[in-house]
Design a protein. Sequence first.
Length: 253
Amino acid sequence: MSGKIPVYYINLDSSEDRRGSIEAGLRKAGVTNATRVSAFDGRGVDLTQTTDCDLRAAHRFLGRPLRGAEYGCYRSHLDCIERFLATDSPYGIVLEDDAAIDDDFLQVIAASIDIMEKTKRHWDLIHLGAGRLKIYSRLEPLGGGHDLVKAHYFPMMTTALLWSRQGAQNILDHHRTITMPVDTQFREIMVKRDLGFAIWPAITRQIGMSSDIDGDGATRKAHGRSWYYGFAKQERLWRNKIIAFYHKLTLRR
């Protein structure tokens, strides 16, 4: 499969150690066609001057301001999606540079795609690096102890993702305007569409490195929060869980 599916990894120009780490992991897993995508560094961006960010919608939804680092991460994923759709490949892989890649990475992905094609399933996105799963349906064994699951409650984090063309095109058609962090956006979309899947156990893991672009976490947490921040967070959590449970029960029927 190496060479057939485009693989992109997001990496800040200044993050040379991370670049070396992920490139070594890709080579070890047999990935020979990975393309480095220079990450958009949003840390110094004045978001009030951007044209692709709706700060009012973001504050209403999150109960806090959108951060520059979150904006940059979203822009970086959009860049990868656009590059993928510019090819003629039906599938595309997007990685972040803190992904540790298992040796059977390509084989498990190939098995997943084979099942999707044989069963003619409609799908948008397969999560390759889920740290844990909640509200899912086990579908098919993939070999090597891995299963393909339907992730009704789509996992957070965007360390490693496998896109279909329909899933990627949906992002460009309807979700170019940035109103939330990219992992939150992907969960919101996949929960509603119920076209998100995952490989479990995951075939990538997030390396325990401190973020290069996310700043000081302690300072971030409280800055700019509205009085309804906690309510907003709980509302979207339970709303999405209820929708996910509904989809799980529907699939069983």
